[in-house]
Design a binder for this molecule. Structure first.
Ligand SMILES: [Zn+2]
Length: 490
């Protein structure tokens, strides 16, 4: 039997506010343990929450950017569960009426070949069920401290930090689609500057719901939730593993148990964490300490007007305006600063295709080696454009340009200065090329005779001799023409 995969993602994104969601404590990462706490986030008796306006603004921004309808009135609710790192005994979340609903994310999603290459990138729309606000729990620490064998520790600095949870529709039919969606989601949050997208530090976290069903079936299969997917690689591998596991269970006539599983990277498998809880297990009820969150429609409009061009629209524009392949446009919009670099370079050089190739090729390689982001690139967009212009004008060859680029990345010098300093200007001047050609022809009478008797393949040898003489700086096009002309003259 053939099966179809159904995946939905739940993403938690930490908002980039300076203070927590319901108190004035700092959200700074890496502060001394339990330093960023106060009676509110420690849930001391009598302390009351006050909503952080900036956090709401960021959540609204994200909801708009993800195509959600904004509920002008949304309601905070208590999600009750007991855990040592949750002093209140509940999270303040949103349940019945979230901030945003019915979103759509358009993603240039591709297919992964056996070798891992992404092909056939095309635009697909994935739905977002809801986007709501909630506060984060703290962190239990079970290892790495004195007495860790006997005790667990708790750090409440993260308690109360503002999050948005973005729940997708079960729209992904492959791990690649889920991967591309998460990539686009992260990009979007970075573009609008509401989350730093750092999965290692936990400011972006992802859980996945996975089920499979016989191909053609309309009813969803039993779903399994996978937690702990704190990198893009883990997400893809865990999904692949889980799809394989479920396929095997069903093929053997077994049944999938609804449960929560964890991804274990060292063992490369998922394992049971607990049986899956239902919403009613949390005893949700409206938070009595907070009024319904009412948003002024004008304020929403104002936030909407301030949004920058979003990655999906930018990718589309790069395809349409610069004639780039979708894959290139997708890559060039992967971070907020990269598209600006590309556009500056494309406009200044007048050659978008070459700009894209240099940025994704030599520049990406140089940045990776130097451990730098595009913002700290040793070669500016204007300098790269100047280099591309010298190639297009025939001043230097593409091959020599590689050498010049390496030198630019090393010294941050202008290309013209490097070309001059290293004497790399391409020789296109006919008079000087002709005098070299004459010398070569005189020194190789045998080959000249062969050429003239019709063995034109020998031309390559003669071109090589001139190149050698000019240390590779002869303009190949001009050289070829001149050489043929000379040989035809007899
Ligand atoms: Zn606090």
């Amino acid at each position: 039997m053939e099966f179809e995969t159904v995946i939905g993602l739940e993403v938690h994104a930490q908002l980039l506010t300076r203070s927590k969601l319901f108190c004035g404590c700092s959200t700074q990462f890496g502060a001394p343990p339990n330093a960023n706490t106060c009676p509110v986030c420690l849930a001391l008796p009598g302390a009351l929450p006050v909503v952080n306006r900036e956090a709401v603004a960021m959540a609204v921004k994200a909801a708009i950017a993800l195509g959600c309808d904004i509920n002008e009135t949304s309601i905070f609710a208590r999600k009750n569960y007991f855990y040592p790192d949750l002093p209140k005994g509940y999270q303040i979340s949103q349940f019945d009426r979230p901030l945003g609903e019915h979103g759509v994310v358009r993603v240039f999603s591709g297919e992964r070949t056996e070798t891992g290459k992404i092909v056939n990138r095309q635009e697909k729309a994935f739905g977002i069920t809801r986007l709501h606000m909630e506060d984060d729990a703290g962190k239990s620490i079970h290892e790495g401290l004195p007495d860790s064998r006997l005790k667990s520790y708790v750090n409440l600095n993260r308690t109360g930090v503002p999050l948005i949870e973005i729940v997708s529709d079960p729209d992904f039919r492959s791990s690649q689609e889920a991967y591309d969606y998460l990539t686009q989601l992260r990009k979007t949050l970075l573009y609008i500057r509401v989350c730093d997208g750092n999965m290692e530090e936990g400011s972006l976290r992802c859980d996945a719901n996975v089920s499979i069903r016989p191909k053609g079936a309309t009813k969803l299969g039993t779903k399994v939730e996978i937690k702990n997917l704190n990198s893009f690689r883990f997400l893809q591998r865990a999904l692949e593993y889980e799809i394989g596991r479920q396929t095997q269970v069903l093929s053997e006539g077994g049944q999938i148990v609804q449960e929560t599983r964890l991804w274990d990277e060292t063992e490369e498998r998922t394992f049971t964490m607990r049986s899956k809880e239902e919403a009613h297990d949390y005893r949700y009820f409206p938070e009595p300490d907070l009024l319904p969150l009412k948003l002024d429609p004008e304020w929403i409009e104002q936030i909407k007007a301030e949004l920058p061009e979003l990655p999906g629209a930018k990718t589309q524009r790069f395809v349409a305006e610069y004639g780039l392949p979708a894959e290139d446009a997708f890559l060039l919009t992967s971070s907020p600063a990269l598209p600006d670099y590309f556009e500056t370079c494309a406009k200044a050089s007048g050659n978008a295709r070459a700009s894209a190739n240099w940025i994704m090729g030599d520049l990406a390689y140089a940045l990776k080696n130097a451990g730098k982001e595009i913002e700290a690139s040793p070669v500016t967009a204007e300098q790269l454009a100047a280099l591309i212009r010298t190639i297009d004008s025939g001043e230097i060859s593409g091959k020599i340009a590689k050498t010049v680029f390496e030198e630019m990345a090393r010294t941050t010098e202008e290309p013209a200065a490097i070309i001059k300093r290293l004497g790399l200007v391409q020789v296109s001047d006919e008079a000087s090329l002709n005098s070299i050609i004459d010398g070569i022809l005189a020194a190789n009478p045998k080959q000249v005779a062969e050429y003239r008797s019709g063995k034109t393949k020998v031309l390559g040898f003669l071109v090589g001799q001139v190149m050698k003489e000019t240390k590779g700086q002869a303009n190949p096009q001009v050289l070829n023409e001149l050489l043929k002309k000379r040989l035809a003259e007899s």
